[in-house]
Design a protein around this ligand. Structure first.
Ligand code: FAD
Length: 468
């Protein structure tokens, strides 16, 4: 009774319901597929996924198993592997991107016709999107009532790593991860970003444990300070499933029981991730177009060659907090949440640029890129989303800097120009960016591409006489 265990974005052995169930049936052949969805990923997420696959392969080796790598359409790859191994079952964790549930449904029908069991399991979210609905039926569109309806639900305890992963008598052939060259697009940036990422399940567990031991207690006070390491750092691990949301949730519950004040806020943030999945599943246009259709006629700018948009991407708008955030993302693959909001607000409001331009740039640069959270975040800031910030609320990056980075520690960490002895973090940016950007730490810091009050007024003028 061999089972093919198809790993997708659940690259771990612990709390893996599909793997645990497979081990009970007999030999398990773990497989990871390079499919069209993987090829379509942005530069940084594709590279980071490769690191995660490599880490999983090592963990499986250490457990006496193997990871089989194959390229192609999942239906064909899994069919071929089932023939080669005599597998009678295929297990995977459910996925929620709009194309994936229908793919799973088609796979289930096709394999059932071949007398092969195709079974999907939970593990990617805490609250199955179909299991949450408003009193009058239908999905929630606003976070607070959504959160109220789910936050007290019982969540099963996470599963342990199976004590043994039964192996087949013969292993099928595997492709070589290096041949996939998933990091090709990163060029010289790979080495820089590598210094800021620790892929794999063990690193994820260590980071969660350290956060729960210490920073979670003050999370509510420090989570908005970008210079402080006050947040969990779980997003990247959750993106690739190196840790499960259930493991994070139970760690948060334990911290709350121990009286750590910030734990409640941490649980609530995990709730925002759930809400993003809820919205994506029920309203997939969240990913591609204005959720509020009244925005469809708005004259956003979207010419990616425009000087202002280029300046935003390259961290040289002349607005220090905005540029610091864009550089942090280029060097580390992540950006502090508060600064994500500020950079996004600046692009969509001060520069009146289509949020989809920003969404795509984040999709290319973030190692924690998540389709649901990214789209929800952008539409929230732009004002076009379901539970959005009021469109006329224009963050002032200078007042935000005074409030959240009062001593300039964050800005100085990421912006070299104008500092006599810039830190390595700020210099690393110039090692990571393409040489054709023609930037140097010795350049003078740029003048603002648009004065803040002028940009704000331009946005308010554009909004006037429109009803959103
Ligand atoms: P913590 O503060 O420790 O929070 C714990 C976990 O809660 C996070 O790991 C994450 O899974 C979840 N979470 C926290 N805040 C949010 C939020 N606002 N929305 C959804 N989930 C949240 N998050 C991504 O994971 N991937 C993205 O591609 C992404 N793009 C974003 C784009 C914009 C414009 C904005 C405003 C936010 C975006 N976020 C995204 C949400 C948020 O910025 C990150 O989840 C957070 O910064 C990750 O850091 P952390 O793990 O230390 O978070």
């Amino acid at each position: 009774m061999t089972t093919l265990l198809w790993f997708r974005r659940d690259l771990r052995l612990s709390d893996h319901s599909a793997l645990t169930a497979a081990c009970k049936h007999g030999p398990v052949v773990p497989v990871f597929i390079r499919d069209a969805g993987l090829d379509a990923l942005g530069t940084a997420p594709k590279w980071r996924l490769g690191l995660s696959v490599a880490a999983l392969a090592e963990t499986l080796d250490a457990a006496g198993s193997r990871l089989i790598l194959r390229s192609g359409a999942p239906a064909e790859v899994l069919s071929a592997l089932a023939r080669e191994t005599g597998a009678t079952r295929i297990h995977c964790v459910r996925a929620y991107h709009p194309e994936e549930p229908s793919l799973d449904f088609e796979l289930c029908e096709s394999f059932t016709a071949q007398d092969i069991v195709f079974e999907t399991f939970d593990g990617r979210v805490l609250f199955e999107p179909d299991s949450v609905e408003t009193k009058s039926g239908g999905p929630y569109k606003v976070f607070s009532p959504y959160w109220k309806s789910v936050k007290s639900r019982d969540i099963a305890a996470p599963l342990k790593v199976p004590s043994e992963i039964p192996t087949p008598a013969d292993w099928p052939d595997t492709e070589n991860l290096d041949d996939w060259a998933l990091g090709r697009g990163m060029q010289r940036g790979a080495e820089v970003v590598l210094g800021h990422t620790s892929p794999g399940e063990t690193a994820a567990q260590d980071r969660l444990a350290a956060f729960i031991d210490d920073a979670v207690a003050d999370y509510h006070k420090r989570r908005d300070l970008p210079a402080v390491d006050g947040t969990s750092g779980m997003s990247e691990y959750l993106t690739y499933g190196e840790i499960s949301p259930r493991q994070c949730w139970h760690a948060g519950l334990r911290a709350r029981e121990e009286g750590k004040r910030g734990a409640e806020d941490f649980l609530r943030e995990l709730g925002w991730r759930e809400f993003a999945y809820h919205l994506m599943v029920h309203m997939p246009r969240l990913l591609t177009g204005n959720w509020r259709e009244k925005w469809d006629g708005f004259p956003w700018k979207d010419d990616e060659r425009a000087a202002e948009i280029k300046a935003w991407k390259q961290g040289r708008t002349g607005i220090p907090l905005v540029d610091a955030g864009m550089r942090e993302m280029y060097v580390t693959g992540r950006m502090h949440n508060r600064v994500r909001m500020i950079t996004a607000s600046y692009l969509t409001k001060h520069l009146l640029t289509d949020w989809k331009v920003g969404l795509r740039w984040f999709e290319d640069c973030l190692t924690d890129w998540d389709p649901a959270s990214n789209a929800m975040g952008w539409q929230w800031v732009a004002g076009s989303g379901p539970d959005a910030s009021p469109y006329f609320r224009v963050f002032n990056p200078e007042t935000q800097r005074e409030k959240f980075d009062p001593d300039g520690a964050y800005v100085n960490r990421w912006i070299a120009e104008g500092q006599s002895d810039p830190p390595d973090t700020a210099l690393a940016y110039f090692e990571a960016i393409p040489k054709r950007w023609n930037m140097s730490p010795d350049d003078p810091y740029p003048e603002p591409v648009v004065a803040l009050d002028e940009g704000r007024q331009r946005a308010l003028d554009a909004y006037s006489n429109r009803s959103f």
